[in-house]
Every structure is written in C-alpha cells, then in structure tokens.
Design a binder for this molecule. Structure first.
Ligand SMILES: N[C@@H](CCC(=O)N[C@@H](CS)C(=O)NCC(=O)O)C(=O)O
Length: 219
C-alpha cells in the first residue's frame, strides 16, 4: 500500500483544528495543511461533503488516503502507541470521558461563547451569552477542582485529554471569562505550555465570520 503524507483540512482560527496541530507538533510529525475557509463556503461544496459529510473541520487524511473527521477522534488515532495515550484500560476510558466532556460542555460554553462574542453574533448581555457564561463558570470550576488534586487530567501524565481541554480553555479570556480565581487551572495551563514541542498558532477569525458577511454552516 502506498503511504501518503498526512494531510489536515484545517481552519486556522478553530481550536478544534488547533488541538490536532498541537498533537502533531508534540509528535514532530510532518503533514500538509489544507486551509479551509469555513466562512467562505468551502465546507459547503460537494467535494468537501465527500471528505466529511458533516462539513466540519478538522479532517485528517490518513497515510492510506482515508478521511477522519472529529477532532477528538483524530487525537485518539494519532496518539495510539505514544505517551499521549495511556495503554491501561481504565486510564484510556478516563481519557475518553474527558474528550466527551470537552465536546459536550467546554466547546459550547467556552468556545461557542468566544466565537459568537468575537465575531459579533452575540452581545455580552444577550440571554444566550448569559446562559453560556454561566455554563462556562461551572466548567472552569469543575476543571479547577480536578486540577487541585491532579497535575494532568488522567494518570499523572500529559495526554490527549489535556490537549483537547487546553484547546478552547486557554482562550477563555477571549470569551470575557476571568480565569484569575482558578489557580490550579492556571498552573496546569503553564504545565501544558512547558511540554516539548508545544505551539500556539490559533489565528484570529476573519472579517467574513461576522453574521451575514460570509457563507457557512452558521449562516
Ligand atoms: N465535533 C467537531 C466540531 C467541529 C466544528 O464544529 N468545526 C467548525 C470549526 S470549530 C467547522 O468547521 N464548522 C464548519 C462550517 O461552519 O462551515 C470536532 O470536534 O471536530
């Protein structure tokens, strides 16, 4: 079988995409980035639907030419056999448990709030912004409590659970959230940033992310 170079279909302002770039950087793994401007209708084409019928980024094109969507599925795939994914069955399940929480709670409350405020889809006083801000306070408090007793999310070492949670949590301030009260969380952010190969390359949203300015799943 011909082995191809990994290819990442990637929107540079998305922290779901950044999570994958961060793991690839830790692994020192070469790959080709295929920029997808999600607010320029680039996920709405028939070609993109063949790569990912859910029309989201990121998507990983694997060395055998298959396409894997979902950021956390990509993290699990790339981390297999590395120190970023535990072998122990219970620790592995704990990683999956945090990956699920990241998608169900962290992304909508912190990532979703940040995106909508930054691009003008919500004002801070809107009821949906208040709902998300209250949810984000619960999330930050839960994460901080866990990190009060643990250096990393699972098993004492840095895993893809940390990478996934770092993705949107490290930009909580851009959602108008104050992380100052969460000392354990702030120490953990520093521990993540000290890991070998760490990068932070999240780009700002383009002007076409504003409501009505572009074409995307959100419009
Ligand atoms: N659960 C998915 C969520 C992916 C997602 O919502 N990606 C956004 C960017 S953060 C996207 O590509 N949206 C496509 C569009 O709006 O056209 C994952 O983790 O990969």
């Amino acid at each position: 079988m011909t082995r191809r170079r990994l290819r990442l279909y990637d929107y540079p302002a998305s922290c779901n995409c950044y999570k994958v770039r961060l793991l690839l950087a830790h692994l020192g793994c070469p790959y080709e980035r295929v920029p997808i401007d999600i607010f320029n209708g680039e996920t709405l084409t028939d070609d993109y639907a063949r790569i990912n019928p859910m029309r989201t980024t990121p998507v990983l094109e694997t060395e055998s030419g298959g396409h894997l969507p979902e950021s956390n599925a990509i993290l699990l795939y790339l981390a297999q056999g590395t120190t970023y994914l535990p072998d122990d069955a219970l620790e592995l399940a704990q990683v999956v448990r945090w990956l699920i929480y990241e998608q169900t709670d962290i992304v909508p409350m912190i990532g979703g709030l940040r995106f909508r405020l930054l691009v003008g889809r919500l004002r801070p006083s809107d009821p949906d912004a208040i709902r998300r801000r209250n949810g984000a306070a619960e999330v930050l408090s839960l994460l901080d409590d866990h990190l009060g007793a643990h250096d990393f999310f699972v098993g004492g070492g840095y895993t893809v659970a940390d990478i996934a949670i770092y993705g949107y949590t490290h930009l909580a301030h851009e959602a108008g959230l104050d992380v100052q009260p969460y000392a354990s969380l702030r120490s953990w952010l520093q521990r993540v940033e000290a890991q070998p190969g760490f990068v932070e390359d999240v780009q700002p949203y383009g002007a076409n992310a504003a409501p009505g300015a572009g074409r995307s799943l959100y419009d």
